[in-house]
Write a protein that binds this ligand. Sequence first.
Ligand code: NDP
Ligand code: MG
Length: 378
Amino acid sequence: MSVIKKIALVGCTGSIGRQTLAVAGRHPEKFAVCCLVAHSSAAELTAAANRFMPAYAALTSGGAVAGLNPGIKFLSGSRAGLRAVEESGADIVVVACGGFAGLEYSLLALRMGARLALANKETLVCGGDIVMPLGGEIVPIDSEHSAIWQCLGFRRDAKFKNIIITASGGPFRDKKFEELEGVTPEQALAHPTWRMGAKITIDSATLLNKGYEVIEAHHLYGAGYGSIKTVIQPQSIVHSMVEFEDGAVLAQLSEPTMELPIQLALTYPERYDCALRPLDWSRAFSLEFLPLVRKNYPLYDLALTCGEAGGVLPAALNAASEEAVHAFLNKQITFCDIFRVVDTVVGRTVNERATSFEQLAGVDAACRHIAQSVIKKR
Ligand code: NDP
Ligand code: MG
């Protein structure tokens, strides 16, 4: 008899959150949603909660809800999401909110002894050095890391020679950085193969996202930076690969969809129907692989430099990038300014070993402050 797993979902109104609910809704015999957390999308949270009937629903903006089923306990305020997740006693915590905020949820999930199904990349980018020593069960949702995990037989400690992370290259793959000064938010938000939240879509256009993924892979798979390669795969069909000692390379392929890695993070090692359009082997198609030249993408290069340096620099990089992308989307700075702001903030950060959440939260706040003043002067 299969036991129903209780899922807490942080970021239930976002791109990953909605797809997680689609997966949970497809398999009600396997999953019960016990907690839903959003920031300010009150109406959507209410609709999702009334459909899935979790024990807890929370809004971290401090807002109110109308029409919520009275059987659901509602919490509101900046710590409400953390309290709701903790009190829900979930078996699996899906951390699918964006930004540095995800780190505290991930630490909580591991402290609760729950499975951490991790979409939020900032958790490991900013806090990998404090998260990984906690041990516990961390399963990736990011499609590249899921592909690697699948190639490794769902074992994060398996042996390999190299990890090869694929990148679509984003909408400006063939352009030089200097040519991108006049790019508008609308152009940068038009990703050729993936539909995602705004921050990660802009990071995909600058390739900062690929730098984040290298740092994530370093932490998740204990991989030295020298053994993580990246390659452009414009069709986004090959989601990543692993090369083994004997030269064999395994890859995971599928049409671009996040529902597959989300579902697998909930069901592994079992696989169930995923409503995924299968690859059509009856028609001719090609897969291209192009070298990803690090120096052509300044934010990717900077992310790798911060990752290799370690300590608090990746957290500084992230804080600055969250502020800079927000300012770009508000048309306060240009596309190329995103790099200039982040580079300035990283350059002003004194690096030290990352030792605690409180220290990283301090770095995050300080770097956001610097970033805002740099943005104001542009
Ligand atoms: P979205 O911007 O679409 O969604 C963010 C979600 O987080 C919303 O539900 C938002 O609520 C909620 N939220 C914001 N702040 C908080 C907070 N402090 N506490 C709790 N919830 C909060 O983002 P995505 O779904 O695109 O991405 C989420 C994460 O997953 C990011 O780290 C991203 O890098 C990663 N990821 C995303 C992929 C994708 O395909 N989208 C692929 C791989 C990784 P509200 O709606 O109320 O604002
Ligand atoms: Mg990814």
